[in-house]
Design a protein around this ligand. Structure first.
Ligand code: ATP
Length: 234
């Protein structure tokens, strides 16, 4: 089994912190795997996602995407690799507020020729963006509005459409359903899980919501693999 994402003797400490936040001997995630990452607030889930996606770089050990060691790359190369291969739904969504909903979804295609080519597999990139927005239950009357005019739950779904456009090999989702009601949450999960399965994208999904857990084949309780969070000596 070759890993799409991996961590090996990975150690990360926030600047100014007294102790490491992440200290993981080994974590491997394969193509097509759907992983539910959970653990108490503050145990390092978002930090680990950032390390796996090369947003943060560890002081020791290796975090890799498709065999590329993030620490060996410059910041600009990390950004290019990430946008080409990773769809990231951030906890705060990170939509560009003054861009339209559609333009936000199309952003990865503007920065990555690979995402653009994949988005055009069955037509135009705009058609794929519209399809994803429709699947996410966003009415077409919203597509040309500025992102800042949407509710939090609507923005969450725009961020998910942006993560899925162009079929990235990895989708990372940090609490993506926190603002959705039950019906929306189930529909959102249906779209996300189906898209990842169809494209054989690895999905790493962080949530506190245990009702969601049963939909995932693999569960990772972070304190079980993170020696830093479990308080064991590093
Ligand atoms: N930008 C930062 N600078 C310094 N310390 C940080 C920063 N972000 C997070 N931390 C610290 O790292 C630890 C882990 O935070 P992280 O956000 O990864 O946890 P989490 O498990 O995702 O929490 P939650 O479930 O509440 O979102 C916390 O002690 C937090 O204070």
């Amino acid at each position: 089994m070759s890993s799409v994402l991996s961590a090996e003797s990975l150690r990360f400490q926030w600047p100014g912190a007294k102790a490491p936040c992440i200290d993981i001997e080994r974590l491997d995630i394969a193509a097509g795997e759907a992983v539910f990452l959970h653990g108490p607030s503050g145990c390092g889930k978002s930090t680990l996602l950032s390390l796996l996606a090369g947003v943060l770089v560890a002081q020791q050990g290796r975090a890799t995407l498709l065999g590329h060691d993030w620490a060996a790359l410059s910041g600009a190369r990390r950004d290019r690799l990430r946008v080409a291969h990773v769809g990231y739904i951030f906890q705060q969504f990170n939509l560009l507020p003054y861009l339209s909903v559609l333009d936000n979804v199309l952003l990865p295609c503007r920065f990555s020729a690979r995402r653009m080519a994949q988005a055009m597999r069955d037509g135009t990139a705009q058609a794929q963006a519209e399809l994803l927005l429709a699947q996410m239950g966003l009415d077409s009357s919203l597509w040309r509005r500025q992102a800042l005019q949407l509710s939090v739950g609507q923005q969450q779904r725009v961020a998910a459409a942006r993560a899925l456009i162009g079929h990235p090999e990895v989708v990372i989702a940090d609490e993506p359903t926190s603002a959705l009601d039950e019906d929306r949450r189930e529909a959102f999960l249906d779209v996300l899980l189906t898209a990842c399965k169809t494209n054989r994208s690895a999905l790493v999904f962080v949530s506190h919501d245990q009702r969601i857990a049963e939909r995932f084949a693999r569960h990772v309780l972070l304190p079980e693999i993170n020696r830093a969070a479990s308080g064991e000596p590093a």
